[in-house]
Write a protein that binds this ligand. Sequence first.
Ligand SMILES: N=CN[C@@H](CCC(=O)O)C(=O)O
Ligand SMILES: [Mn+2]
Ligand SMILES: [Mn+2]
Length: 327
Amino acid sequence: MKDYLSTDQSLWTGRVSGKDLYLHETVRFVDLRDKDAYQTVGQTDFALLGYACDEGVRRNGGRTGAVEGPDHIRRQLAKLPNQLAEGYALFDGGTISCTDGNMERAQNQLADTVSGILGQGAIPVLIGGGHDIAYGHYHGIRQRTSPKQNIGILNFDAHFDLRPNEQGNNSGTPFYQLAREAQKEGLPFHYMCLGIRKDANDRALYENAREFGVSYLEAEQFQPRHFESVRRQLKSFMDKVDKLYVTIDLDGFSSAYAPGVSAASPMGFSPQLVLDCLREIVNSGKLISLDIAELNPAFDRDDQTAKLAASLIHYAITAISYSNQEL
Ligand SMILES: N=CN[C@@H](CCC(=O)O)C(=O)O
Ligand SMILES: [Mn+2]
Ligand SMILES: [Mn+2]
């Protein structure tokens, strides 16, 4: 696989307990170029997969640097305590990189790798990279699921990312591409966005959201004080689908929490609200795959955004491991 990088294991360091108390002490490495290696990943495992690509951000006129995102998340995740339920393990499956500007090839390789992980019954946890990660990620899920299964995409984001791709694909086009493809194939498109900023999405994007039947909550509604309503709308979306793919764009968080992104949101949402939603999502038993996009370490402060990404992953995988869901 041309764009595959195995992980630099020196990133996985931290406090040494000698008792496997920390993720750097328990993480297992797997080279996902090797088809036999997939066999080591099983139904009670999580497989991290990096997407080192900011070509989509560059094409979208954004601030590049997200290519460095995956390793910065790994470095923070390494230091966190292993709180997974008995029998669960975290694997690091390496990174799909995009060094020559061929984002589409990287997305295809990402899709194949995600499909391989899902084929083992494990949960992919993808770390970006620009939000074009979502296009490859979703295709990997579709490769493994029957067209009859309704896959819901839940996006925590300030942006719809429904920009038309007639001039080319970029970090702002993934859900437009997927919606158009679903339309052509006569398949439903189940997409919900939480945290949409009125001051960051133009009328044409709202019109696309309407055309594609997108469910969304704007930043004003996506607030802790409205949580009962958020929960109800989230549940009604989740009830309509068989499985869920969750994608978290870090630029939806307030820049007080997540300065390390291309397009920061001064009035974005809070981590606690996302955790409250993740709890509902995990409890639905439908979550099959997860990604975190848009970390740009060049604009981070004291690794705050990388730490946030790591803590979100830690929360999600720990909660899933205790949810006893059928994987
Ligand atoms: N993935 C990001 N997409 C946003 C970026 C916005 C910006 O750069 O200001 C979008 O295209 O809307
Ligand atoms: Mn965004
Ligand atoms: Mn986005």
